[in-house]
Design a protein around this ligand. Structure first.
Ligand SMILES: CC(C)(COP(=O)(O)OP(=O)(O)OC[C@H]1O[C@@H](n2cnc3c(N)ncnc32)[C@H](O)[C@@H]1OP(=O)(O)O)[C@@H](O)C(=O)NCCC(=O)NCCS
Length: 186
């Protein structure tokens, strides 16, 4: 039976997924906004529970990465630097905030509602394993309309604006928006 269009199967990533992760990274982000392979390798090694590959049927169509932070009222630009080492802030024992560091879908499956499924799946997976989580936070480029719409639809609200955070990718620097939402437990 074919998999329903909105259904994603989320599977914890391993080092064997790094080639696909980097393909998705190149398809999803301009070169100046791409993470290095080593950053993803570190995330998988440190927090496999928060490193998820998304499958639709036999097709690996996306990935999402997260870490657990001690909550900071207003995270600043240093929290979100490209290439930051997950081990700097990841605190799974005491942290209460899920930081969603990256989310990408392959171009051929965009526009079908899977972005929302991927985001919600990531949060559900984390909350199940870490009942102490109270909120989720992320940074989005102010000009990435599809991502902003998904986050707003999932209840994220803007809590800070980082002027010119995203360096030029052919044009002027672009602002980053820090967005946050509460996490509820079943
Ligand atoms: C972000 C991403 C995962 C979303 O994928 P998706 O679920 O297929 O997104 P959609 O194309 O369905 O768009 C989501 C919503 O934004 C809307 N949207 C898309 N492009 C838009 C635009 N240019 N302007 C306004 N709204 C737009 C869609 O209509 C949709 O709204 P709806 O659900 O109310 O119909 C995907 O675009 C992606 O991988 N992008 C590259 C990487 C990226 O930007 N990741 C996010 C980093 S923060």
């Amino acid at each position: 039976m074919p998999t329903p269009a909105h259904t994603l199967r989320l599977v914890e990533a391993s080092a064997a997924d790094l080639d696909r992760i980097m393909e998705l990274e190149c398809l999803g982000f301009a070169a100046s906004h791409q993470e290095q392979r080593s950053a993803y390798a570190q995330r998988i090694a440190t927090f496999p529970r928060g490193s998820l590959m998304a499958w639709r049927g036999a097709d690996c169509v996306g990935c999402v990465f997260s870490e657990i932070w001690q909550s900071t009222p207003e995270p600043d630009a240093a929290h979100f630097e490209l290439g930051h080492d997950i081990r700097e802030r990841h605190a799974p024992e005491h942290g209460t905030e899920l930081y969603i560091s990256s989310m990408t879908l392959a171009p051929h499956v965009r526009g079908q509602g899977l972005g929302t499924a991927l985001l919600r799946g990531c949060m559900a997976h984390a909350v199940q394993a870490f009942p102490g989580l109270r909120s989720a936070v992320l940074l989005v480029n102010a000009n990435w309309a599809a991502a902003r719409r998904i986050y707003a639809g999932a209840g994220f609200v803007e809590v800070a604006r980082l002027d010119g955070f995203f360096g030029p990718s052919g044009g002027a620097p672009e602002d980053g928006l820090v967005m946050r939402r509460p996490l509820r437990h079943a």
